[in-house]
Write a protein that binds this ligand. Structure first.
Ligand SMILES: *Cc1c(COP(=O)(O)O)cnc(C)c1O
Length: 382
């Protein structure tokens, strides 16, 4: 029997039926009131989910396009930026900023550890940190399973004359991002993670302070010129042909999110994170991420000595139709990552743990069947 894949990965994630149905509706023209209704509904709900009064731009690109566009729009050649490099996605900010000729100050954080306001403040107060025009931080570092302390970094940056840009691609819609209250100038989100959509859209919120910087930016740009998106948004439209089906789907998934309520969603993810970590430890496996900064949306697990963890992933996929993620770059074969973000509940996690136990047994790891399920069941509320 072949079942649909259960995606317990950090994107793409499972897409609910209502959103898939929305994707398959007949095509409509984008310069019509019909499209305008979907688009205004989406934009209203995006502000709620981003917890902001700022405009939120919808771009037809994956999350990385939103990261690149933010850098190109906010800065000019030679500007100095500080990047907290906490893993693959922190490093992506470094790579993009370097590609555009920015003067990049990199904080190289050991993978599995996170950053907070104090760490950032230390650099900004040093000689290296003089004249920094922007601080770029990954919120939920999906490659390592760490959540950086965005709120405390926001506190540090509030009184300083530099932009605060975060990659919330895997966190927005799954954990708290108080864009305005925490003083975040640019928040980048992606469709295929906690927002329960297929890949293909990036969402970017832009503060007044960021708009002032954008007006002064001298980088050449065209398709991703934020000012063009802003002018169109004021007329409830987009400068170029939008990804119509994805926008309709997004209006549907954002409705679902607003209906469930942000606090309920955050509580569900917190519960899933806690249950997953406890369950993993109950069968003698070790967590990879620093525990006080462990992500509630993704759990990273060290491969036990002598166990072929890539084979475990393969068994989960081919035998049980459950996808989990492996390690990226130097962590390949060293860790696995279980995503529990977006359209996921406790029973999806139980099913995954159950398959993981069987697969581990199959490759020679010793455990008593059901141990992690009991540990999870005692915590799960959703
Ligand atoms: C997935 C992810 C990205 C990359 O997004 P793409 O949509 O693959 O371009 C960037 N940052 C984080 C934190 C992510 O989880």
């Amino acid at each position: 029997m072949k079942k649909d894949k259960l995606l317990m990965t950090p994107g793409p994630t499972n897409v609910p039926y209502g959103v898939r149905e929305a994707m398959s509706r007949p095509m409509i023209h984008h310069r019509t009131d019909d499209f305008g209704l979907y688009f205004s509904c989406l934009n209203k709900n995006l502000k709620k989910v981003f917890q902001t009064d700022n405009p939120v731009l919808t771009l037809a690109s994956s999350g990385t396009g939103g990261m690149e566009a933010s850098i190109v729009n906010c800065f000019s050649p030679g500007d100095k930026v500080l990047v907290a490099n906490t893993g693959v996605f922190g490093d992506r900010f470094v790579k993009i900023a370097t590609a555009y000729g920015l003067d990049v100050v990199t904080m190289d954080i050991p993978w599995g550890k996170g950053v907070n306001g104090k760490d950032i403040e230390e650099i900004l107060d040093s000689e290296e940190g003089e004249d920094v025009k922007g601080v770029l931080v990954t919120h939920n570092e999906t490659s390592t399973g760490v959540t950086n302390d965005i709120q405390s970094i926001g506190e540090v940056l509030k009184e300083r004359d530099c932009l605060f840009i975060i990659d919330a691609i895997s966190s927005l819609g799954g954990m708290d991002v108080k864009t305005d209250e925490w003083g975040i100038d640019i928040v980048v989100a992606g469709s295929q993670k906690a927002l329960m959509l297929p890949p293909g859209l990036a969402f970017v919120s832009v503060s007044d302070k960021a708009w002032k910087a954008i007006e002064k930016s001298t980088f050449p740009k065209f398709y991703f010129d934020f000012l063009a998106y802003k002018r169109s948004l004021e007329k409830n439209t987009t400068p170029y042909t939008p990804a119509v089906s994805l926008v309709i789907a997004a209006s549907q998934s954002l409705n679902m999110i607003v209906e469930e309520g942000l606090d309920n969603i955050f509580a569900r993810h917190k519960n899933l994170g806690e249950a997953c970590r406890k369950a993993i430890k109950s069968i003698g496996l070790e967590l990879f991420a620093q525990e006080d900064m462990a992500s509630d949306l993704i759990t990273s697990i060290k491969a036990p000595e002598g166990i072929d963890i890539e084979k475990v992933r393969k068994i989960l996929n081919l035998k049980y139709d459950i996808m989990i993620a492996g390690g990226q770059q130097h962590l390949k074969g060293k860790i696995i990552r279980i995503g529990h973000m977006g359209y996921v509940d406790g029973f999806d996690l139980i099913k995954t743990l159950s398959a993981l136990e069987r697969a581990l047994l199959e490759v020679g790891y010793k455990l008593e069947l059901g141990t992690s399920l009991t540990a999870a069941q005692n915590i799960l509320k959703y």
